[in-house]
Design a protein around this ligand. Sequence first.
Ligand SMILES: [Ca+2]
Length: 437
Amino acid sequence: MIKRYWVACIVGLLLVLSLVGPALAGDPEWPGSGALVLLSANAQRPDMSLSDLAVAAVWSGTSPKGIYLRQRALIAETWGTPQTVASGGQDYWQPQVAYAGATPVAVWLQGAYTDPFTATVMVRDMTSTPLAPVAAISDLYVFDSAVRMEISAANVRHLIVGGNRNSEVNLRTSNDLYYTFKRPGDVTWAATQVVITRTQVVTPTVGSIKWVDMALSADGDTVHVVWEQHASIQGPGAMRTIWYLRGTWNGNGVTWGTPQRLSTADRFSVRPSIAVDDTNTAHVVWGQVSYLAAPGLGYIRYRQVTPGGGLSAEGYVDDRPVQINAQLPTMTYPVIATGGETVCVAWHGYRLEANAAEEIYLRCATERGQVWNTPVFNAANTSAELSIFPQVACATNGTVHLVWEELVLGTKQEVVYRAGRAVLHSIMLPLVMRGYP
Ligand SMILES: [Ca+2]
């Protein structure tokens, strides 16, 4: 009798929680993850990469200015001390890290982060005694854009950047898409090529290639590129679209295909991110935002490109939008990673009913992006800080690694890390999740 009473109580309690839970709980906290790890104070815009043995994080330091790197051994679960990748009297921005075997290799922009934004793309192998920094692309003007490098298992390095080499005032912020590569035996990076010009895929006379991203197939033979395409500077025609291009590595460069538009034409689509799974299917996310409205709503869109070049339907990672603050940054910033059959997407924003401090949202899919059974997790849950600029990496065992920036304007600017399992396989999931207080 007593036993039956308790069963009835528990069932009743779960029933109540399942009814009132969703309204109170909002997005559930990421389960199974530990406290946030502070990687560095006075730091911004982190990036991250995984090898079989370690995770590497890089960021741009604000005081002192520079690029810094830390590694965490996956088995020991301990972070090493920060290494200085670059420092001195210049500006350093847009850092990224990729592994060449067990060696983290950093890439970044170095120059003057003020008009006209003169920049050199720098690369450095961070071996135990780091090699000298090398200039991969010089004589660039880079504004509101990114540099990305990917390294194949054979240590062929591919690098893209949206930039310009014309100092004329109306052109230096109108970017073309530049590409270069370096093979293991090469002393220097190959001569820089313009792969796509700023107006190649749009009809207006003014265009620009802004945020770029890149991923390689597992065999290193296919190079996948996405970018944010601008057309005209202002006005109703100033839509931004997401474009995709793939090429085949031929041993002496890349044979490029034909660009495909991924986003619907009349939307304001920004900040694409791409990952490629072990079947050479590309997974792309981007933000779809209110046109030049800040604060504005942002949706996270998702599309696959099959190995044959076919496009899946344009989907939503989350059917609920996020709000973006009017301070910094003013757009959501989705990123995507694959590991085995898992696909994970992270982005920043805050819910309409929440206070205006961005959080990091995380959602993962199984079966290579076919099944989205796992809810959207709030991976930050820091109501006092703007949690922005996430980067995500996903191991083949399903462990997800996140880095991002925690910001309180004028007070705090930190880079933090968090890892854990994000894919749940239980059919009890809805009840369990609603039971969270
Ligand atoms: Ca936050």
